[in-house]
Design a protein around this ligand. Structure first.
Ligand code: ADP
Ligand code: MG
Length: 470
């Protein structure tokens, strides 16, 4: 019928606009490299902030002792402790606990939030078992992964710039989050020192480096997306400018960890559609985080919903009226999209059930379900291939996108985040696209590895490598 033809036309047009042929991906990788240079050249020189972290040494594997970490970045936070045994024994023991943050605390006062966190931490500390104690006379040390925008003032202090991801606690904005946490710990008599304040990319980089000395970058693909990598000080003009003349020699050998804030990347080469434009316009941060909005877990399901909505409205895809639930923004979450995309049953039962349970659409034909899987595939494939191009952009910046003189230097990229971990078609496509972009020979030396819980453990490791007792 005419309606079916119209639906197929919408699908085909969407597919065309989302196209990521290899030539386009190369342009995007190049654009990423160019923006990295620009962001390193001067403050505000690029959409990429390329923030210089205060992390000046990464874990080596020699770290010893008991260290704590706190990972706050979404609706849950995690407390963990690791016992490090040095070169021979590595991580001797690791324990963690996840605590969900009551919603009223996400929009309450700073005092209340940090009291809640300190109390959870104290409760966890109280469960220290046999052999899990710091040496007598020493203070417990903590690495704090805080995945909100912070203007860092030292490795262990930084002021909150703004909240994201549903948090809105006015009196914390502009405050030093380590100071707030420290005061809360003092209020309940918990003797603990915050040794490192990092974001999740830097935590993941540190966690990855502990296991693998060849880790050169970390990428988060979760609710949002971001990346960090190791840069040579002499390649950072904006940092050189801050140095006294006498510092120049020393800086040649120095490495710095750069938090790219790549979610804010944008380029005219990005294959964006009218659906992306509308999603951005109606978002809480229009015009910002354009790359993130095309590839990360918070948004993929929403893009799918928008396409289905158009089909419902213009092609009566689900019948004469638009199903009311389909009008609700963010109702279709990325884990549900992923479940539909991975449906291997011959009648696409999972797709049928998701449509019924989430969107209250029943009686879908197999033909319709196949179209829906196709939409999921287009959105996930574009996101995965764009992530791959961005990673290749980092490799290009570091000159690791070619094999020189038969050199077999490994480059390991540490990945973390729920999207990469659980959305197998996404992570599979991302990895194969990196190969496609680099070619077999170079790709042999590139390892993309998932480090589970990398950001939490990484923060504990950074507390260790920046311990006050070294
Ligand atoms: P955060 O990024 O908030 O720190 P995570 O790294 O745990 O948290 O990532 C959570 C995100 O991962 C979710 O918002 C969701 O988008 C995505 N995700 C979780 N499970 C799945 C899944 N099964 N399939 C696809 N995406 C998933
Ligand atoms: Mg996280």
């Amino acid at each position: 019928s005419g309606k079916w033809a119209r639906a197929v036309a919408i699908l085909k047009e969407f597919e065309d606009k989302c196209g990521t042929p290899i030539g386009k991906l190369r342009q995007i990788a190049d654009a990423m490299t160019v923006e990295m240079h620009a962001g390193l050249a001067s403050e505000g020189g690029s959409k990429l902030k390329m923030l210089i972290s205060f992390v000046d040494n990464l874990p080596t594997g020699n770290e010893k002792g008991l260290f704590y970490a706190l990972d706050l970045g979404g609706t849950n936070f995690r407390v963990l402790r690791v016992l490090l045994g040095g070169k021979e024994s590595g991580v001797v023991k690791q324990e963690s606990e996840e605590v969900s943050i009551p919603e009223h605390l996400m929009i309450g006062s700073s005092h209340e939030l940090f009291d809640f966190i300190a109390a959870a931490l104290a409760k966890f500390v109280a469960t220290e078992g046999e052999g899990l104690h710091v040496s007598p006379g020493k203070q417990r040390e903590l690495g704090f992964t805080f995945s909100f925008p912070v203007r860092q003032t030292s490795l262990s202090s930084g002021n909150l710039i703004k909240w994201t991801k549903g948090f809105s606690i006015e009196d914390a904005v502009g405050e030093d989050v380590v100071g707030e946490l420290t005061k809360a710990m003092e209020r309940i008599g918990l003797d603990m020192r915050v040794s490192a304040l990092v974001n999740d990319t830097i935590g993941t980089l540190a966690g990855g480096r502990y296991h693998h000395q060849d880790v050169i970058a970390a990428v988060i693909l979760g609710t949002g997306t971001n990346a960090a990598y190791v840069e040579r000080a002499h390649a950072i003009p904006k940092w050189q400018g801050l140095l006294p003349k006498s510092g120049e020699m020393a800086s040649i050998l120095q490495i710095l960890v750069i938090n790219m804030e790549w979610g804010n990347f944008r380029s005219s080469h990005l294959p964006l559609t009218e659906y992306d434009q509308a999603l951005d316009d109606e978002s809480k941060n229009p015009g910002e985080q354009i790359f993130e909005k095309a590839i990360s877990g918070m948004y993929l399901g929403e893009i799918v919903r928008r396409v289905l909505y158009r089909m419902a409205e213009e092609a009566a895809f689900f019948g004469d009226t638009v199903p009311p639930k389909l009008k609700i923004p963010y109702i279709l979450r990325t884990p549900d999209m992923s479940a539909m995309h991975h449906d291997t049953s011959s009648d696409l039962k999972v797709v049928g059930n998701k449509l019924k349970d989430i969107l209250e659409i029943s009686n879908t034909s197999l033909k319709m379900r196949k179209v829906i899987v196709e939409v999921c595939d287009i959105v996930a494939t574009r996101g995965a291939r764009l992530s791959a191009a961005a990673i290749v952009g980092i490799l290009k910046k570091l000159g690791r996108d070619t094999v020189r003189d038969g050199e077999k230097q490994k480059s390991v990229i540490a990945l973390d985040g729920g999207l990469f971990e659980h959305y197998k078609k996404f992570s599979g496509c991302m990895k194969s696209t990196v190969k496609e972009l680099l070619g077999e020979e170079v790709a042999e030396n590139i390892v993309i590895e998932h480090f589970d819980d990398g950001s939490g453990i990484g923060a504990a490791l950074l507390a260790a490598s920046h311990s006050q007792y070294l």
